[in-house]
Design a protein around this ligand. Structure first.
Ligand SMILES: *[C@@H]1O[C@H](CO)[C@@H](O)[C@H](O)[C@H]1NC(C)=O
Ligand SMILES: *[C@@H]1O[C@H](CO)[C@@H](O)[C@H](O)[C@H]1NC(C)=O
Length: 372
């Protein structure tokens, strides 16, 4: 389907062509509310796609270029956004530094976790990115094994090196977060059709469950899982759907795309119910990111946003010998979408505030209390 090709091409342009600076190790931290029964999460390990990639794809496959990062970091930070992502606001809320990408070899610290998410990643292999979920899990397993061995080998005089490593005993106390599936759906639309995409959802769920089992086997106990967003509300989806008036919902989103996302989420919920029964030692929190995002899009005006289907970045700009991307809108904080596919920092802040305190979660606990 045409629209999916466009989204992909757009995402590939963003991720491959553009260049920028490396993200520095630590920013921010602190902030957020202080619930009564806070868990103590020493670290966060995140898995996913561009919704939560803090520099993995940029380090591995091509730098993210300006004006990405302009609002908060003042320079590109490896994120497909003008500023922070929901995972960054979660880190702030937990009093932790922003997550460094596992694939980033420069100036990184993994003392408080690592980010295995990379833009374009899917649950199933054969999608847009080599770093599908299985690979992210095997990266984590290797990361855990090697950092523990290194930590135990380093003498106390090597404190400088130890300080950038996780503590071996902290893996089972950490929070394991997920935001993945959107690229499985868009890849399905692009290379097959709606019914085939729907038919492949159980396979996605098998792989997802398997990943959680593997992490559980590694000692992970606290799981925070974002379901997939309303992909039909992305400006690129809406733009390429606009002649198909039968396929528009009340808000103006592409209805079929959203129906597939909802079916994905329905099956995800069922799978997590099974996991809860099978792995009673673990805590699984499912966050209804679909509803949180849909609420922002359908109430854009009340949040101070302009047309929810417009986006901020970026017009094509012919530079000397290459095509660059520049001239973002003057005020990204008035747009929900940064680039047609990824949410702006302003929208991410609203989303983070919506989901961090439990009102979209099952069970309805704040992220800071999502532990045993
Ligand atoms: C989807 O694709 C399959 C395989 O090519 C085909 O058999 C099926 O009829 C298609 N379904 C629709 C609704 O187009
Ligand atoms: C464009 O590329 C050509 C060939 O590599 C080079 O000679 C020229 O100086 C470049 N122009 C600019 C403005 O960089």
């Amino acid at each position: 389907m045409e629209i999916w090709k466009r989204i992909v091409v757009f995402e590939m342009m963003l991720s491959l062509g553009l260049m920028g600076c490396l993200v520095n190790g630590f920013g921010g931290g602190g902030g957020g509310g202080v619930p009564q029964r806070r868990c103590w999460f020493p670290a966060v390990y995140n898995f996913g796609d561009s919704n939560s990639d803090t520099g993995g794809r940029s380090a591995a496959l091509g730098e993210v270029r300006p004006p990405n990062g302009e609002t908060f970091f003042g320079k590109p930070s490896g994120r497909y956004c003008d500023g922070r992502l929901v995972i960054d606001f979660i880190a702030e809320n937990l009093g932790l530094p922003y997550l460094n990408a596992y694939l980033d070899s420069i100036g990184t610290s993994f003392r408080h976790g690592a980010n295995f998410a990379t833009a374009g990643s899917s649950i199933l292999p054969g999608g847009y990115s080599p770093f599908f979920l299985d690979i992210q899990i095997s990266q984590f397993i290797q990361f855990k094994k090697r950092t523990i061995a290194l930590y135990n080998k380093l003498a106390d005089t090597n404190q400088v090196y130890k300080d950038v490593l996780p503590r071996p005993e902290e893996f089972s106390k950490s929070l394991y977060t997920f935001d993945i599936g959107q690229n499985d759906i868009s890849h399905g639309f692009q290379y097959s059709n709606v019914s085939q995409t729907l038919q492949s959802i159980p396979k996605m769920m098998d792989k997802f469950s398997q990943a959680l089992y593997q992490l559980y086997g590694e000692g992970a106990r606290n799981f925070w899982i974002h379901n997939t967003g309303p992909i039909g509300c992305l400006p690129t989806s809406v733009a390429y759907n606009k002649d198909n008036h039968n396929n528009v919902d009340n808000t103006g989103c592409a209805a079929t795309q959203n129906r597939v996302a909802q079916e994905f989420n329905r099956q995800l919920k069922t799978r997590v119910l099974q996991l809860r029964a099978q792995l009673p030692q673990a805590v699984f929190t499912v966050v209804d990111m679909y509803s949180a995002k849909y609420a922002v899009v359908s109430n854009a005006g009340s949040h101070g946003f302009q047309d929810p289907f417009s986006f901020c970045c970026c017009g094509k700009k012919q530079m000397a010998n290459e095509t660059g991307y520049g001239d973002p809108c003057s005020d990204p904080s008035r747009r929900i979408s940064w680039d047609g596919v990824h949410y702006s920092e302003a929208a991410n802040l609203i989303l983070a505030r919506s989901v961090m305190y439990g009102s979209f979660s099952d069970p309805p606990l704040p992220v800071a209390e999502a532990c045993r």
